[in-house]
Design a protein around this ligand. Structure first.
Ligand SMILES: [Ca+2]
Ligand SMILES: [Ca+2]
Length: 139
């Protein structure tokens, strides 16, 4: 393997790692220590190989459009299930309107940092800075 290939592999591995959500970058990315880092290149390569094998469902060595789409759909489905489970706080397999609203009230309370009952632009921006894209962590 050439150095150029190694670098490409590493770039792909890091990309795959981020795409898989194994690394949750949040706001002020450069300032905060990263829970998933440092990480060995060998581990990144292992993860890349595992991910590639997972996507290449028929194992023919090629990732077809359908395989990629199916993998993405499965990822989305998994995220939706996790989001649903977080909303279902009493674990009865259903999300009541009260459970749904409670989750959103918590979020609004966190946004209203000084608790004056008004979410200012600054508070909203600070919340987004801490939590990344709106709702990402609350889903
Ligand atoms: Ca394939
Ligand atoms: Ca429930």
């Amino acid at each position: 393997m050439t150095i150029r290939h190694s670098r490409l592999l590493l770039a792909c591995a890091v990309g795959a790692l981020f795409a898989a959500g194994a690394v949750h970058a949040q706001g002020e990315r450069s300032a905060k220590p990263h829970p998933g880092l440092p990480i060995g290149v060998a581990e990144l390569e292992e993860r890349l190989a595992a991910r590639s094998a997972e996507i290449d469902a028929d194992g023919d060595g090629y990732i077809s459009f359908e395989e990629l789409r199916a993998w993405r759909e499965a990822q989305r489905e998994q995220r939706m299930r996790e989001r649903f489970a977080r909303l279902d706080t009493d674990g009865d397999g259903r999300v009541s309107v009260a459970e749904f609203e409670a989750r959103h009230r918590e979020r609004v309370a966190r946004m209203d940092a000084d608790g004056d009952g008004i979410v200012t632009r600054e508070e909203f921006r600070a919340y987004r800075g801490k939590h990344g894209r709106m709702h990402r962590r609350d889903r």
